[in-house]
Design a protein around this ligand. Sequence first.
Ligand code: PLP
Length: 395
Amino acid sequence: MIKSFYPPMRTLMGPGPSDVHPRVLAAMARPTIGHLDPAFVGMMDEIKQLLQYALRTDNPLTMPVSAPGSAGMEACFVNLVEPGDKIIVCQNGVFGGRMKENVERFGGIALMVEDAWGDAVSVEKVRAVMEQHDDIKALAFVHAETSTGVRSDAQALCRLARDYGCLTIVDAVTSLGGIELEVDAWGIDALYSGTQKCLSAPPGISPVTFSERALDKVSKRNTRIPSWFLDKTLVMGYWGGGQKRAYHHTAPVNALYGLHEALVMLQEEGIENAWKRHETHHEALRNGLEAMGLQMSVAADIRLPQLNSVAIPEGIDDAKARGQMLENYGLEIGAGLGALAGKVWRVGLMGTSCTRRHVMLCLDALENTLLEQGAAIHAGRAAAAAAAVYATQNK
Ligand SMILES: *Cc1c(COP(=O)(O)O)cnc(C)c1O
């Protein structure tokens, strides 16, 4: 007889999911009601408002797609790309490659702007491609590359797209809630995010927002949107304003209670305070890691506070070390991806996993695990170095 499943206690400091706050878990355990119940519809309106707050936008089409970040990505591309459309796709890690897949699968032409894994998207390279073509429909890029821990200059890229009259499609899966993100002020046209990174809600939902300009492009399409489920013109019959909601699909009712609670918590803290919190704990972690003798693998000016790429010291068995941290500390950190596999660890400080408790646990676990494997690190310095950062911040 198979028994009930009880997950082990873990502390999640990888590339997502991050720790889900007990308030959010409790919200998800509340009674399931109908997805067209007037009380549920009221909560849906609040989720929209809270997402508009978190994304800093007034876009009426701001809603959670009932599927993970990858589906939010697909929702943006399937609505905005038509066969033959030229789309600039920036790639400096894993997720830009998925954008290319999307563009090509929907018949578009992906004009690739490639930068090394660990570098930011080059605004100048994008400008050069825009100069070469006069019929580019959109610029697509990843704001926070979770595969490498790099932040690209979304504001400058959006300004450039505006100058050349093309739309922007932005991956903000890891940026939302962790670093400054301004949909309206930066002129972002289509954006998708995720719930399991800095929002610390359960995985499986993807907030998206579309500007008026993006909706205008959708309404002027010559071809039918080749996805029924992700067709924004249809799903708005359910997520659109007013009490007249038509059945489109059954919303993940309890998961949305969780997202609602996570967004309420973000609003209570204040989005700008959340950005500052990520910066503070990142500084403490960085100072601790460096005091131990470890090296951050991304340049300081483009580092993401919520995703810290750390070089694995010589002679350390990557998988074994992560296994020991999981076993001895219940701590999950992320492995490197692609070319960075075995070379870096990705330490997430996302949302609920971005606290002093997490920073200190991670430094302790890393230090002892590395010492056990015989790494030549400085023992006994990391905790004090992190504490020194908190002392200057009055935390
Ligand atoms: C996690 C992530 C995704 C994919 O989200 P899923 O919820 O796993 O589908 C896309 N882009 C970036 C930058 C991510 O970090």
